[in-house]
Design a binder for this molecule. Structure first.
Ligand code: ADP
Ligand code: ZN
Ligand code: ZN
Length: 664
């Protein structure tokens, strides 16, 4: 009797057995259609058995084993199994996520006649590597098997050049390379640069913006060994690569490598596991590495490769703080910043004013009665968008026209409070009527087309002052930009999340790095009421390592990651009490387990409401679990999840576990 065990996309931690009379071991890794409930589903065969724990007469037969595609390789299944285990997610959910949507549905793209090959050979002359670059390339290409490297170097220090040389060495030996980048939509020039460097190679790009059929074809090209280089966002870590010889993770600190729903994986961490599985080197590159990565490099677990100079001769931007404590600001801007903007205008250079808050103002208020614009569905304020006269919730998307009068008292003199990019844009337009001002945020760049148009305008020099959010901070060269002004950054200094300073530092360093990239020197002016704050001092001194070390000292004392490992159980329900009761019940189970296992190395916190208590009308709570030992935490989580699945749940309650959570 032949039975196949199938991973199905069902939110239960189990696999499903079906009869398949003509199946053999060689069917493992094939997709299969099976009857399920009243319908049918497509899954992946993960095992071939002669008997099942379930009575054979209860088993249904498969509908069809899909043999039109070669089986997914064992390494791919092992990768999915690792993710299922580590992130406590049912295997069927992982395999389903790891497949492109078309293959997941049991379909197959029409074959491309020929794989797209990058354009005709135009062998460019390569620059001579700087000594530090050469040393980095030598270390990577000389690595015997698995080794993790941190390539630490500021923007413009030539990290990409190092990746490309290491990739070239891999291609020469007939290997495949995988390169992960934070957001491919923001880095089309990287794709161009890779294609130009490797004429005649087959490059597959993988991200969610690619059409279904092309994505499925890319997956098959990678899996069947036709692709040489895979370049993509976090999801490309799941593309099978039979001749994988090198993995690169660019901007490894970037939060977008961690998925925040469904399979809550960190593509960087999965990539490291995969490098280990394939026994190949992996390079993590960043100007501001995550503290986890920096810690491993400092302690010698990762190889540290440093690029301390800029590759193109030019000084890094001068960073200064503007003390705003004793100054009367003019619409949120200091005299110093206004003067610097005026100077750039006179010289015909570009400036950027960075404010990481979009909209006109964060809230609309009625001062006489105290009414404020509040989202009906979330514990959040509705943001004033004056450009289209609407109030919007940035969390759930709810929107409504700006009311003419206070809904509570009828007062018609409603006041916007605080400042967003639209208001800054308005202020600057008033101050510098002759300047061409361009706002760049998720509202003005709402589609890839609009975003590209904005970039073109900037590159053609058709804008004098840019007002923008962090959208502008990633991976773009603006040769005419010589001034970056930072406003409204102080709030992040005192945020409740212990990772907030790390993020702020990276963000400001990144946005500062946009200035002065050509012959013109750059200047960064940070407006602050805390000019002596160590974070700003470190930025002024260009001292990432000093900042990182002091942050790590704080984390060590507090017992935060990387000195501990965490998992967060979250629940959401109609009522906060339901969420918290569920979490309390889960905690009680955990306490009992920990008592019997005598494992005191796992620490349980109390269930508490999340900082954003209410989202889309659901009340949310969380329970943090922590341990100094990753294996201890992993062992505990596996046993705990088994029990949680058997808990009685009130109707409408949903929960999930987030392993190595980044958001608190
Ligand atoms: P990063 O990735 O660290 O920002 P890049 O690799 O993009 O840095 O290098 C920045 C610029 O310097 C690019 O224009 C690149 O072509 C150039 N560059 C890199 N290495 C060298 C080198 N050894 N000699 C001359 N130019 C270089
Ligand atoms: Zn809302
Ligand atoms: Zn009122």
């Amino acid at each position: 009797m032949s039975i196949v065990r199938v991973a199905l996309d069902i939110p239960l931690p189990r696999l499903f057995d079906y009869l398949a009379p003509d199946s053999t071991e060689s069917d493992i890794g094939l997709r299969v259609t099976v009857p399920f409930g009243r319908g049918s589903k497509v899954g992946v065969i993960v095992a071939c058995l002669v008997s099942s724990e379930q009575p054979v007469d209860k088993l249904k037969a498969v509908t069809e084993i899909l043999r039109d595609m070669p089986p997914l390789p064992p390494e791919w299944l092992a990768l999915c199994e690792f993710c299922a285990r580590y992130y406590q997610t049912p295997l069927g959910e992982v395999t389903s996520f790891a497949l492109p949507p078309m293959l997941r549905r049991g379909k197959l793209p029409r074959r491309s006649k020929a794989v797209a090959v990058s354009p005709a050979p135009t062998f460019p002359t390569l620059p001579d590597l700087l000594p530090e670059q050469a040393a980095a390339v030598a270390a990577i290409t000389g690595a015997q098997g698995f080794h993790t490297f941190l390539l630490h170097g500021i923007t413009g220090s030539g990290k990409t050049e190092v990746y490309l040389r290491a990739i070239a060495a891999v291609l020469e030996q007939g290997g495949q390379a995988l390169m992960l980048v934070p957001e491919i939509a923001l880095t089309p020039q990287l794709e161009g640069r890779v294609a130009a460097r490797f004429p005649g190679t087959r490059i597959v790009s993988a991200h969610s913006g690619i059409a279904d059929a092309a994505r499925a074809r890319g997956f098959l090209d990678a899996m069947e060994g036709r692709a040489d280089i895979v370049l993509g966002t976090r999801l490309s870590v799941f593309l099978p690569l039979p001749r994988l010889r090198l993995i690169v993770v660019d901007e490894e600190h970037d939060a977008s490598f961690k998925q925040q729903d469904g399979l809550r994986y960190s593509a960087r961490d999965v990539a490291i596991w995969r490098a280990h599985q394939n026994d190949v080197p992996i390079v993590l590159g960043s100007a501001t590495p995550s503290l986890e990565t920096f810690h491993h490099a400092a302690s010698g677990r990762y190889g540290l490769l440093e690029l301390t100079e800029r590759a193109v001769a030019e000084a890094p931007p001068v960073v200064r703080v503007i003390d705003t404590r004793r100054e009367k600001l003019q619409d949120g801007m200091s005299a110093g910043l206004l003067a610097a903007l005026g100077q750039r205008l006179e010289r015909g250079e570009q400036s950027l004013v960075f404010l990481n808050r979009r909209g006109y103002a964060p809230v609309l208020a009625c001062p006489p009665c105290g009414w404020i614009s509040h989202c009906q569905r979330c514990a959040a304020n509705l943001v004033v968008h004056l450009a289209d006269r609407r109030l919007r919730c940035h969390h759930c998307g709810f929107e409504t026209p700006i009311p003419r009068a206070c809904p509570d008292c009828g007062n018609i003199d409603l006041q916007p409070f605080g400042r967003g990019t639209q208001r800054l844009e308005a202020t600057l337009t008033e101050r510098f009527p002759e300047a061409r001002i361009l706002r760049v945020d998720r509202d003005s760049a709402s589609t890839p087309g609009k975003w590209q148009a904005l970039l073109d305008t900037i590159h053609k020099g058709e804008a004098d002052i840019l007002v923008g959010t962090q959208m502008l901070s990633k991976g773009h060269d603006f040769p005419m930009l010589t001034l970056v002004g930072v406003v409204g950054a102080d709030a992040a200094l005192f945020a409740a999340d212990f990772r907030a300073p790390e993020r702020l530092f990276a963000q400001l360093m990144q946005v500062g790095g946009r200035s002065g990239r050509a012959e013109l020197p750059g200047e960064v002016l940070i407006q602050t009421e805390y000019p002596d704050h160590p974070l700003y001092r470190a930025l002024v001194d260009h001292d990432y390592s000093g900042f990182a070390r002091s942050q790590l000292d704080e984390r060590r004392i507090a017992g935060f990651p990387p000195f501990s490992f965490q998992a967060m159980l979250r629940a959401e329900a109609r009522e906060m009490s339901q969420s918290l009761e569920f979490l309390a019940a889960a905690r009680t189970l955990a306490e009992a387990m920990l008592k019997t296992a005598a494992d005191e190395r796992v620490m349980l916190y109390d269930p508490v409401p999340m900082r954003m208590q209410r989202l889309m009308t659901l009340e949310r709570g969380q329970l943090l679990v922590e341990s100094q030992s990753r294996p201890a935490l992993q062992g505990f989580l596996a046993a705990w999840m088994d029990q949680i699945y058997s808990l009685k749940m009130p109707a409408g309650l949903r929960w999930h576990l987030d392993v190595d959570p980044l958001e608190f």
